[in-house]
Design a protein around this ligand. Structure first.
Ligand SMILES: [Fe+2]
Ligand SMILES: [Fe+2]
Length: 164
């Protein structure tokens, strides 16, 4: 079915992001369980709680647009989680695994940041400042999380370099 309006486009994309956020809760639980660096582990656990709230925010966005929340299987999300899992499995020691987890988490956050920026822009263009404001809360937490991961990456890499 052809997508002709911005609202149709927005509503077509939202189920992919909703699916992704739900999957990321499980993915973050696995990543936090496998992480050994205390800062990395605590950061992922904290963001997992925020991610649960992102799911609720998206449900509220669906409702604000008079739609029932629905999921569409997102190939980007599945690819990100498959790659996160294989890099955790192939890591031969804890320090390398932590570097992998940090890197995978940064890829996930970058995807979310791009997705929310797109949705926020569309909501604003549709004149739905209320929806844009809801999505902005999620975006800010993704950006904060990305910033923290980026800051801790060199420390994790130094630990991995001295462990090998
Ligand atoms: Fe999120
Ligand atoms: Fe996130």
């Amino acid at each position: 079915m052809a997508v002709n309006t911005l609202e149709e486009k927005f509503l077509g994309q939202l189920p992919f992001v909703y699916f992704s956020e739900k999957q990321f809760v499980d993915g973050q639980a696995k990543m936090a369980a496998m992480a050994t660096d205390p800062m990395l582990k605590a950061g992922i656990e904290k963001h997992m709680q925020e991610t649960k709230q992102h799911v609720v925010t998206l449900e509220n966005v669906f409702l604000a647009l008079n739609h029932k929340p629905e999921e569409s299987k997102c190939p980007i999300c599945m690819g990100l989680l498959t790659s996160a899992e294989s890099s955790m499995k192939e890591a031969g020691n804890d320090a390398i695994r932590d570097v992998s987890i940090g890197g995978s988490a940064m890829l996930i956050e970058n995807y979310e940041i791009a997705a929310y920026k797109g949705l926020i822009g569309q909501a604003q263009a549709m004149g739905r400042q209320d929806v844009a404001a809801m999505l902005l809360q999620n975006l800010q937490q993704e950006q904060d999380t990305f910033g923290q991961l980026e800051q801790s990456a060199p420390m994790l890499m130094h630990k991995a370099a001295s462990a090998s």
